[in-house]
Design a protein around this ligand. Structure first.
Ligand code: HEM
Length: 184
C-alpha cells in the first residue's frame, strides 16, 4: 500500500484523512447550528462536549496531515491547468491544512484565557493552556475571526475548484480524491 503521496498520486492515507477532516468539520458546523437552535441547557452542554471531542480529533489528525502535506510531493495535476491555477490551488490546499491546526489552537487558547473548561464526554476535560486573561482572549478572538473568515473563503474556492474540474472540465481530479486510479 502506498503510504505517502508521490508525483503520480495521493496515498490512501491522504485520501482517507482528507474526507475524515471534511466530515469532522461539517459535523462541527452542524453541531454549532444545532446549539444555536432552541435546545435545553443539558442538551446544549451534551452537544458542546461532542463538538469539543470532534475538534480534538480534528486537531490531532490535522497535525499529522499538515506535516504529511508539506513533507511529501503533491501529485501532478489532472488535465492541463495553467501554472497559475496549479500554484493557487496547491497554496489554498496547504493553507486549509494549516488552518485546521491553527484554528483549534486559537479556540483552545481563547477558552483557556476566558477561564472556560473544555469538557469532553465521559467527564474528561482538556487542560487549560494558560491562566485566565481577558486581554489575551480579546486578541486571540480577533485573530480567530480573521483566520476563520479567510479559511471559509479558501474552502469555498477549494470546493468551487473541485466542482469546476468535475462538472465543467469533466476531468478526474475529484474522482482521484475519491480513490480512483488515474493514469497521468
Ligand atoms: C466537500 C468538500 C471538499 C471537496 C469536494 C474537496 C475536493 C478536493 C480535491 C478534488 C482535491 C484534489 C486536488 C488535486 O488533485 O490536487 C483536494 C485536495 C485537498 N483538499 Fe479538499 N475538498 C473538500 C474539503 C476539504 C477540506 C474541508 C479541507 C481542509 C480543511 C481540504 C483540504 C485539502 C487538502 C490539504 C488537499 C491536498 C491533499 C491533502 O493533503 O489532503 N479539502 N480536495
Amino acid at each position: 500500500m502506498q503510504l505517502r503521496d508521490n508525483g503520480l498520486g495521493f496515498s490512501l492515507i491522504t485520501i482517507a484523512l482528507h474526507w475524515l477532516v471534511a466530515a469532522l468539520l461539517f459535523s462541527m458546523i452542524g453541531l454549532s447550528i444545532a446549539m444555536s437552535l432552541e435546545v435545553s441547557e443539558v442538551q446544549r452542554m451534551d452537544l458542546e462536549r461532542l463538538q469539543n471531542l470532534l475538534g480534538t480529533v480534528l486537531f490531532l489528525v490535522s497535525l499529522y496531515r499538515f506535516w504529511a502535506r508539506i513533507s511529501s510531493y503533491h501529485p501532478l495535476p489532472v488535465g492541463t491547468p495553467n501554472p497559475i491555477e496549479v500554484i493557487v490551488s496547491r497554496s489554498v490546499a496547504v493553507a486549509l491544512a494549516l488552518a485546521m491546526v491553527l484554528l483549534p489552537i486559537a479556540v483552545w487558547l481563547s477558552r483557556s484565557a476566558a477561564g472556560q473548561v473544555i469538557a469532553l464526554p465521559g467527564g474528561f476535560a482538556i487542560p487549560a493552556l494558560m491562566d485566565p486573561n481577558a486581554q489575551v482572549q480579546r486578541v486571540v478572538d480577533v485573530l480567530f475571526n480573521i483566520g476563520a473568515t479567510a479559511f471559509l473563503a479558501g474552502l469555498a474556492l477549494h470546493m468551487f475548484g473541485a466542482c469546476k474540474n468535475h462538472f465543467v472540465l469533466k476531468n478526474n481530479a475529484l474522482k482521484r480524491m475519491l480513490g480512483k486510479h488515474v493514469e497521468l
